[in-house]
Design a protein around this ligand. Structure first.
Ligand SMILES: [Zn+2]
Length: 405
């Protein structure tokens, strides 16, 4: 344990700019400003709760925009579910002890609520049967990911922490889900777990001050250990809201996610360099440099984001009508997508119903521009590839995923 503490201390010294190390006569006392800076200065490493911090696993992210996007050391999440009940946290359960049936689940202590242990950076999910009727019910992985902690952590009892990687629009993102007070942990550190896989069973806090429940966290930090409790380190509600997600809101907003590596045809386009890459189920087929542009009447620049080709093969018409093989190829994709629509809602350009329509059509890989104030031209990409169409263009069919950077 002493060794681990020393490793953590060395790590923090390296990471935090401005950390000051003072050596006293006998013992080394480390004064250190915690990440995020400012609030809650901790003056003695002995004050660290066991398991509060952990070293950040080094992730080697490639420099190239395409490589960085495609690199996944473990399977990305294809969506998030609730870990108790059915994927929507509905559906009853049967009390293992009494054999009685109970109708479902509810949040007993909400995210950012103040209670006996200070500020709650999580949601506590309890069975509607009350008491300990939910003891021993399965806790399922919210999404596919990798186990970064599994075991007993002080006052938290049994904990499983999962690292997730997922895609949102043209961005690769990371988040961790944490499940506390587990009995019978069924996964170990380093395991890849899949969405809905049972990671353990609902148990009780070791101090038994609360009834059996699942403590569920979603956090962005990767330097905090299973036992990290923000209010114990002087962190404010605002800090927690910034570094954590309200679990049920996050899950509801991420029920359906696309995984580029699983696409039968995926085209990546980098506007900056004019490079285009084609992938098949995550395997690189070809990279080419092409002239990229918007049709003349574009009225705007090419958007960035994740789209689907809705029309292929169409060539740009020549001035005198007709078309020929020397003309640039035009790919039509389903701009605006869900994220453009959410931006439009924020800008008060479109109402919520239209956002829902666009989201549905985009997910179904259909055209989305109807009923929107955006012009069709913004959803067209001209590929000017010289005298003959490249093999790359021939492989792009309607339905293919197109990610523009
Ligand atoms: Zn809790």
């Amino acid at each position: 344990m002493k060794y681990r503490r020393r490793v953590q201390a060395a790590y923090w010294r390296a990471v935090i700019i401005g950390a000051v190390v003072l050596c006293a006569m006998l013992a080394a006392v480390i004064i250190f400003v915690p990440f995020g800076g400012g609030s809650g200065q901790i003056e003695d490493e002995e004050e660290f709760e066991e398991g509060s911090f952990m070293p950040v696993e080094h992730v080697d992210e490639p420099k190239d925009v395409f490589d960085r996007f495609m690199k996944a050391d473990f399977p990305p999440a294809d969506g998030f579910d609730f870990p108790v009940g059915d994927p929507d946290a509905r559906g009853g359960y049967t009390d293992i002890g009494a054999g009685e049936k109970h109708p479902g689940w509810y949040i007993a202590v909400d995210f950012c609520q103040y209670y006996m242990y200070g500020l709650h950076p999580a949601e506590d999910w309890n069975g509607m049967g009350g008491s300990n009727t939910d003891l021993g019910q399965p806790v399922r992985a919210s999404a596919t990911g990798k186990v970064v902690f599994s075991g007993i952590s002080g006052s938290s009892g049994g904990v499983v922490m999962l690292q997730h990687v997922y895609y949102e629009n043209h961005r690769k993102k990371r988040i961790r889900s944490v499940y506390k007070h587990l009995d019978d942990i069924r996964v170990k550190k380093g395991d890849i777990v899949y969405r809905r896989q049972t990671v353990g069973l609902i148990g009780q806090n070791p101090d038994r001050k609360m009834l059996a429940h699942l403590h569920l966290e979603f956090r962005h930090q990767e330097n905090t250990g299973p036992g990290f409790w923000p209010s114990r380190y002087g962190k404010t509600k605002e800090w927690v809201q910034e570094h954590y997600e309200k679990p049920s809101s996050f899950i509801r907003a991420h029920r359906y996610l696309l995984v580029p590596q699983q696409e039968r045809r995926l085209m990546l386009v980098d506007q900056g360099s004019g490079r285009v890459r084609l992938y098949e189920k995550g395997r690189l087929l070809t990279e080419q440099k092409l002239g990229l542009s918007q049709p003349k009447a574009d009225g705007g620049r090419l958007p960035k984001g994740m789209y689907f080709v809705v029309k292929d093969k169409n060539r740009v018409k020549k001035a005198g009508g007709g078309s020929d093989a020397n003309q640039p190829r035009c790919l039509q994709f389903n701009f605006p997508n869900k994220f453009d629509a959410l931006w439009g809602l924020e800008q008060k350009l479109i109402p919520g119903e239209i956002v829902a329509q666009i989201t549905r059509a985009w997910q179904d890989r259909r055209s989305t521009h109807e009923n929107t104030p955006w012009t069709l031209a913004q959803g067209q990409l001209l590929l000017k590839d010289g005298t003959q169409l490249s093999p790359l263009c021939k492989k792009i069919r309607a339905g293919a995923m197109l990610v523009i950077f």
